[in-house]
Design a protein around this ligand. Structure first.
Ligand SMILES: Nc1ncnc2c1ncn2[C@@H]1O[C@H](COP(=O)(O)OP(=O)(O)OP(=O)(O)O)[C@@H](O)[C@H]1O
Length: 153
């Protein structure tokens, strides 16, 4: 496992971090996005989408569970597993996303932990005060061995 950490001091910096991050993502990547309510998960995903060249406005997938954006360099699948807490066995066809040709971002991944592939990137956003966030990125598995996120952060 490799780990990188950084800090952001505004909404814009977190969005920019998402955009920088997009430069290294590849088809089949799975990004688990952890952090409390309102910490900046959608902000990060918006930057990632922008970096992939997606023009559509990214909205929180809370009510739809999955939103798909297909107009960029790679498809982006944005999932929110929060509501699956009460129905963990519901099969939403996760594998098709995880093994597909897009990048999957999962918010609240703890609610589908049995479905999550061993190889994944975990991005953790922590609120330090009103505008400061600590972000840690952990790379798990051989799929990410040659990916140097340090370069783009
Ligand atoms: N450094 C920062 N990075 C990101 N957001 C920040 C930062 N500082 C302040 N904010 C504010 O925090 C909020 C983050 O909202 P956002 O919708 O991205 O969070 P979220 O984690 O996706 O929320 P939810 O859990 O409801 O989906 C925004 O209001 C934003 O202006």
């Amino acid at each position: 496992m490799r780990e990188y950490t950084l800090q952001t001091h505004s909404y814009e910096e977190t969005e920019q971090f998402g955009e920088n991050f997009s430069k290294l993502v590849q088809a089949g990547d799975v990004v688990l996005l952890n952090g409390d309510l309102g910490v900046g998960k959608t902000t990060f995903t918006r930057g990632l989408a922008r970096g992939l060249g997606i023009k559509k406005n990214v909205k929180s997938p809370t009510f739809t569970l999955i939103r798909e954006y297909k107009d960029g360099r790679l498809p982006l699948y944005h999932m929110d597993a929060y509501r699956l807490e009460s129905s963990p066995d519901e099969d939403l066809g996760f594998d098709e996303y995880f093994q597909g040709n897009g990048v999957t971002v999962v918010e609240w991944p703890q609610f589908i932990k049995d479905e999550v592939p061993d190889d994944h990137i975990s991005v953790n956003i922590k609120r330090q005060n009103e505008d400061d966030r600590q972000i840690s990125i952990k790379l798990y598995g051989s799929s990410y061995e040659n990916r140097n996120f340090g370069e783009v952060l």
